[in-house]
Design a protein. Structure first.
Length: 259
């Protein structure tokens, strides 16, 4: 049986919540042992904490997404920090930078990103990093603000091979790829191949980016198998051995006490 951790699934979206029990059952049937739900603001941080209390396999990252920074306050950061002691919190995020939608508040994004990095360092938790059209700036901020304890995930990686190399040279940082690696127009096979297996994580980014053959549907954790099969095919890796390594990487970053 596969042993898989979906490290990034936004299960609080209404279209997933409405059938959450069935979604989790399908996940279990496909070998998924744990699912990490990333928050995007204070409201979702509070919401997903309740979800994790109701379902044993669910865990969470709490924080403020760069797209939500504009409508968030520094008080929200303070309130999120108070929640970190909850036993189901395994990371800070989703945070980072997003230059795709709105470039009018980039400086505030950077400030919130740096604040959440400081919290991650202080609490010895990994940080989950979003980098849409902003990979180089995000890498530079991590490099400038890290210490020996900072660790994290560049989720849904879409940068260059050079940027991948920069990330893999940072101690305790990992990358993950989503269902778009299965798409015909995907041009990132060389990046998937270049990623050291010791730096790979698994994720869906549900309900977004469903892999082929589910494209056009809402994504869910059970579909992760198709993404992982494609990654194995691109890399010409033994599927079972690759899954075992990715599972260990996920434990090492998010659940180190279980190793």
């Amino acid at each position: 049986m596969n042993r898989i951790i979906d490290t990034h699934a936004h299960l609080y979206y209404p279209e997933l919540l409405s059938e959450l029990k069935d979604i989790l059952n399908r996940a279990k049937d496909n070998g998924i042992e744990k699912i990490i739900i990333p928050a995007v603001n204070l409201e979702t941080s509070l919401h997903i904490l309740k979800l994790t209390e109701e379902h044993e396999m669910l865990y969470c990252a709490i924080g403020i997404h760069p797209g939500d920074v504009k409508e968030s306050s520094f008080k929200d950061i303070d309130e999120i920090e108070k929640l970190i002691s909850h036993e189901k919190v395994v990371a800070i995020g989703e945070t980072g930078l997003d230059y795709y939608w709105d470039k009018s508040f980039i400086e505030k994004q950077k400030e919130f990103f740096k604040l959440q990095i400081e919290i991650a360092k202080d609490k010895n938790l990994p940080i989950v990093i979003h980098t849409r059209d902003s990979t180089e700036d995000a890498i530079n901020i991590v490099r400038e603000n890290r210490n020996g304890r900072l660790k994290g995930q560049f989720h849904c990686f879409s940068g260059s091979i050079e940027q991948l190399k920069e990330i893999t040279e940072l101690k305790n940082f990992y990358v993950s790829f989503c269902g778009n690696v299965t798409y015909k127009k995907n041009s990132g096979d060389d990046i998937v191949k270049a990623c050291p297996e010791g730096k790979l994580l698994s994720e869906t980014d549900s309900p977004f980016l469903p892999p082929v053959p589910y494209r056009g549907k809402k994504n869910e954790p059970s579909y992760i198998v198709k993404t992982l099969e494609k990654i194995s095919e691109i890399r010409n890796d033994d599927y079972d051995k690759l899954l075992e390594k990715i599972f260990y990487n996920s434990l090492e970053l998010f659940f180190p006490k279980s190793i």
